[in-house]
Write a protein that binds this ligand. Sequence first.
Ligand code: KG4
Ligand code: ZN
Length: 343
Amino acid sequence: MKILAIESSCDETACAVVEDGTKELVSVVASSKDFHEKTGGVVPEVASRKQLEFIFPVLERTIEDYCEKIGYSGKEEAVASIDALAVTIGPGLIGSLVVGVTAAKTLSIAWKKPLIPVNHLVGHIYANFLGDPSEITFPAVCLLVSGGHTDLVLMKGHGDLVYLGGTVDDAAGECFDKVARMMGISKYLGGAVLSKKALECRDTGVAKLFPRPMLDQDNYDFSFSGLKTAVKRYLDGGERDIPCTARQFEEAVVDVLTVKTMKAVENFGVKSLLVGGGVSANTRLRESLKSATEGAGVKLSIPEPRLCTDNAVYIASAAYFNNAIKGLSEIRAEPSLNIMGLI
Ligand code: KG4
Ligand code: ZN
C-alpha cells in the first residue's frame, strides 16, 4: 500500500510517498529555517506564509521524483498508484498546520483518496519503523525529544500508547537552542551547533558543573529550565571556555535523558527502546543510550539523523501502521473528513 503524506507542523514543508509503512520511495523537505535565523526564533506568521509558498512546489516535486523513481509514464499514472493520503494534524503551529491539512483535504477530494490524520509526535516514533522494523517488540518504551517536546511513552502496540511523563517546562531541544543562543554560537536551532562546539573541548576533567534536574524524583518527568538558568549564571560569572561549557551542558542533558529513560525501560520490563525527535540526532545521546541498552540487553532503535528531524516519511509510516493495515474500508473516505474541524 502506497501512502502520500504531508507534514507542515512548523517550519518544514514536507511530502513523501512510502510503501507499506516501511519503504521510503520519495521524500521532499523544504525549510524556512533561514528566515527564522534572522529573528532568532520562529515567527508563526512568517512560518505559515512560507508553508503557503512551499506547499505546491514540494507537492509537484514529490510527484515528479516519484514518477522518475518508479518509472511512471506521467502524473496520472503516479497518482492512480497512491492508495491513501496522510497529513499531520498537530501538535504544531496552527497557521502552518492549516496549510498542510488544506492541501491534503483538497487532494483527497480531487483524487478521491482516503485521508488519514496523524499526530506529529506519534509520527516521530514511526521514524523507527522505516526499513526493517522486525526487531522491534512490544511493549516498547519511546523517548520523544524534539524542539517542543520531551516525553516518555509506553507503546503497547500500534495505536496503543500510554503517556508516562514529560517535561514540566522547557523541552530538551528548546533548552539546547536557548543555551546555544546564550553562548552566542547560534541564533536559531542551535542543538547541532552546540554539540559540534562541545567536541572542541580539551578538558579531560570529570567534575560536573551543572545539575541533573529531577533525577531523584520517582516519576518520568523532566525539567530543563533550571539547567538553562544554571548555564546562564555560569556564563555570566566570568570568562568561560565555550566548548567545555557546551560539553558540560550536553552531558547534563544526556545524563538526565538516559537515566530517566532507562528507569522506564527497567520498570516496565520492555525489550525495545525507540527514540525520536530532532534531539535524537545528537551523537552523545545516541552513544549514551546505546551503551545503557547494551548493558541491559535491550534493543535500541534510533532513526538515522535525517529521519530524526521533521519530514513526511514517518507521517506516512504512522498512517500505515495505525490505520491502513486495518483495511482502507475502516477509514472514512468521504471528502468531508472533518480533520481539525476547520473546513
Ligand atoms: O523534531 P524537530 O525537528 O522539530 C520539532 O518537532 O520540534 O526537532 C528540532 C530540535 C531543535 O531544538 C534542534 O536544536 C534539535 O532538535 N536538534 C539537536 C540536534 N539536531 C537537532 N539537538 C541536539 N543535538 C543535535 N545534534
Ligand atoms: Zn518534530
